[in-house]
Write a protein that binds this ligand. Structure first.
Ligand code: BGC
Length: 378
């Protein structure tokens, strides 16, 4: 009788585990959910913000390839930087019954309804690169050390101006140097991290008078660029040149990414600066168009965030969640989304200049020299 009871309980347990597997969040009875060995192939919904920046194209491609290699089906959507489109795409993924979501948001605070729906359908959510805010239903976050990206950008500007040396030590150089600041989109949680990281190294030199923001615009709210829009950065720089630099030179520009850097550079070219007189401009993403400009001496630096590694990390997290495991975090403190602190895996980034782009980008197979010369990956 006892034995019978035990057998019945095991059968019940097996049944409930199987049911759990069908709901999306559980690993089911077959631990090879992603290894191709399961009875039913799992699907991962992947939402990416836009396709004008090359980085998101690379991200989408690498995530898709990684997931497919792991044996999953992939539903990948790009939203053209339009928030309602992204909401609708994610709604549809949930309706279709994807098993896990990897979301690179446009506005990190605009997906709360979708996060609630995912929770109700038992679909785990991974925030990709950008934090999802204002909702507890975020299981994991894969990103780079975004504050440190900003520190690297600020430090590279100081190095370019000779205020610190290659080892990061102050040289005693007092300038004064005129600089302008271009930050990212206010609805992107990363933008504040990049800006605060950069300001943590620039502000002491602004306070000391070594750096002068001639426009007087040095608060995030004054220098943020909606949608990370290159054209908006260009027209803001046009204005700054017209208002503050009729009789003065710009000596440096902090730009939070390559698109903003290129916008500022184009405005300065139109304002009479050429490769020889162009001040150092920072960037981020190691976009091919910017790496070409770095090689030509038009842009000073960019930050290389290897999207192949980020994609691989998100695939690993998806796999873990599908197998009912908690993905390994290396930061459980930094990313408070307003409701919960989301366990995160932060990757490291590198500063790229003319001197080291070859070893960082060519030797690692990210680009070929021909890509750099053409400024294109096609
Ligand atoms: C990303 C950057 C990117 C920017 C604009 C940020 O969230 O971290 O790599 O340049 O968005 O798309």
């Amino acid at each position: 009788m006892r034995k019978l009871f035990a057998t019945a309980s095991i059968a019940a347990l097996a049944l409930s585990l199987a049911a759990c597997g069908g709901s999306g969040a559980g690993g089911g009875t077959d631990e090879g959910a992603g290894s191709g060995g399961s009875d039913e192939q799992k699907t991962v919904g992947v939402a990416m913000p836009e396709q004008t920046l090359q980085r998101w194209i690379n991200d989408g491609k690498a995530v898709r390839e990684g997931l497919e290699e792991a044996g999953y089906k992939v539903e990948l959507q790009y939203a053209g930087n339009d928030i309602p489109t992204q909401q609708e795409q994610i709604d549809q993924m949930i309706t279709k019954g994807v098993d896990v979501l990897i979301l690179a948001s446009i506005d990190g605070a605009a997906l709360s309804t979708q996060l609630d729906a995912a929770e109700a359908a038992n679909i785990p959510v991974i925030a990709y690169d950008r934090l999802l805010t204002g909702n507890k239903n975020v299981d994991f976050y894969v990103t780079f050390d975004n504050f440190n990206v900003g520190v690297q950008q600020g430090t590279s500007l100081l190095t370019a101006l000779g205020i610190v040396d290659a080892d990061g030590k102050e040289t005693g150089e007092k300038g004064p140097f005129n600089i302008e600041l271009f930050a990212g989109s206010p609805d992107d949680n990363n933008a504040g991290f990049f800006f605060n990281g950069a300001m943590s190294v620039l502000k002491p030199h602004i306070d000391a008078g070594t750096l002068v923001v001639k426009s007087g615009q040095s608060e995030f709210g004054q220098v943020a660029t909606q949608g990370w829009d290159q054209a908006k950065a260009q027209s803001r720089m046009d204005d700054l040149i017209a208002k503050s630099y009729q009789n003065d030179k710009i000596h440096g520009v902090l730009a939070s990414n390559d698109a903003l850097g290129r916008g500022a550079i184009t405005a300065m070219q139109n304002g009479g600066y050429d490769a020889a007189s162009m001040p150092p401009v920072t960037g981020q993403d190691a976009e091919i168009a910017s790496v070409k400009m770095i090689n030509e001496g038009l842009q000073y630096s960019t930050i290389f965030k290897d999207t192949r590694k980020l994609a691989a990390q998100s695939v690993q997290a998806a796999k873990d969640l599908l197998e009912g495991k908690s993905p390994e975090a290396n930061d459980t403190e930094t990313y408070d989304n307003g409701v919960v602190t989301v366990p995160s895996f932060l990757l490291e980034s590198d500063v790229v200049t003319k001197d080291n782009y070859s070893s960082l980008l060519i030797d690692s197979g990210y680009y070929t020299q021909a890509n750099v010369d053409k400024g294109s990956v096609d």
